[in-house]
Design a protein around this ligand. Sequence first.
Ligand code: T3D
Length: 263
Amino acid sequence: MSNATIERAFEDGLVTVTLNRPDRLNAFNAGMHAALRDVLEDAAGDEAVRCVLLTGAGRGFCAGQDLGDRSVQPGEEPPDLGASIEKNYNPLIRLIAGLEKPVVCAVNGVAAGAGANVAFACDIVLAARSAKFIPSFCRIGLIPDSGGTWHLPRLAGRARAMGMALLGDAVDAETAERWGLIWRCVDDAELLAEALRLGRHLAAQPTAGLALIKQALRASWSNDLGAQLDLEKELQRAAGRTADYREGVRAFLEKRAAVFSGR
Ligand code: T3D
């Protein structure tokens, strides 16, 4: 499927979703939000999709909200940004975080405002060495939305999260990797190939088991140890009932490569 603002390609269990407003550095407008939501909801409900790869067209990944839709003339009512967050940004972050399959993000260039926070919400983030993460909200009097105030301190720690959010300086990809904001930064020319390699690998793994891993790690950020141990017990019980667990053990004992169905 392809439309003006989101491109979708599907092969071997991996759906590649490309933000496609390159002349605006893939900034979000209402149409792109709706199209991205549709594609992610389809991916959530489609058993054939076993991994999602999110990236951007052109020289940027995503510059956050399209500010062209936000100019206010003197005397006009300001837009209700709470309504915009409720309708568009929060559902997007909930979709990514709750998707029962891994979401890989390939940050191909600048990621600013909500664009950076969408990347930080993904499960495995690769970035081109030339990419930058810019928490630019403070530069225009806003707060980091799209889960930024939740993910930033958990990924980078309080001092770095506070510095990033209050100063709005660009963090380059190598620093982002060093700070634990992303999985890895790779040479620009290798980004797409590396992201596809990772995406295809994940799409051939035990999808139901990966979903339980994702659920457990996310829950750990708010659980105490006791609650987390209880959760691990329940999730392991569920994992132990999957066809892929049976196949994994059988393949190990038979000394052959496992063929996982995702169930
Ligand atoms: O409003 C709500 O619903 C609440 C939610 C808010 C979420 C948010 O994301 S708020 C934060 C919004 N984003 C920003 O503040 C970032 C704005 N952009 C920039 O600061 C810079 O463009 C970048 C640092 C990202 C990149 O700089 P640079 O020099 O590499 O590129 P550029 O020349 O600034 O941008 C290229 C073009 O993209 C340019 O258009 P032109 O001159 O070629 O016609 C520029 O205007 C356009 N562009 C970039 N970002 C946006 C944008 N157009 C609209 N909205 C943008 N966010």
